[in-house]
Design a binder for this molecule. Structure first.
Ligand SMILES: [Zn+2]
Length: 108
């Protein structure tokens, strides 16, 4: 009987934070300052081993509601929520719910 052979190949998309863009951006969907630049790469995977990178995209990704949009020249860009570096405490804030009215007013 070969009815229940598990699917051992696929094309999963792995999303990693992109180091080039560090500031948090405002999410147009949930209004949280949780949108970051990310790299979305689709792999051809066999037996859970990524073998062939099929495509790489730079995207905006919201960590709360999973909103995503293409990133790059010519694309719309979500507004920056924090204009750090002086706001070092912000790493702790991003862990939980973050109401949009809680942001510092010093944006550019
Ligand atoms: Zn969002």
């Amino acid at each position: 009987m070969f009815l229940f052979i598990p699917l051992l190949f696929g094309c999963p998309t792995k999303i990693k934070p992109d180091g080039t863009e560090q500031s948090a951006h405002l999410c147009p969907r949930c209004n949280n300052a949780s949108v970051f630049a990310a790299k979305s790469r689709t792999w051809f995977e066999f037996f859970f081993i990524p073998l062939i990178p099929l495509s790489t995209k730079h995207i905006w990704l919201c960590g709360i509601c999973n909103w995503a949009a293409p990133l790059g020249p010519g694309h719309w860009e979500p507004p920056i929520a924090y204009q750090t570096p002086q706001n070092f405490g912000y790493d702790g804030l991003q862990a939980g719910y973050q109401p949009s009215y809680d942001q510092p007013p010093n944006r550019k």
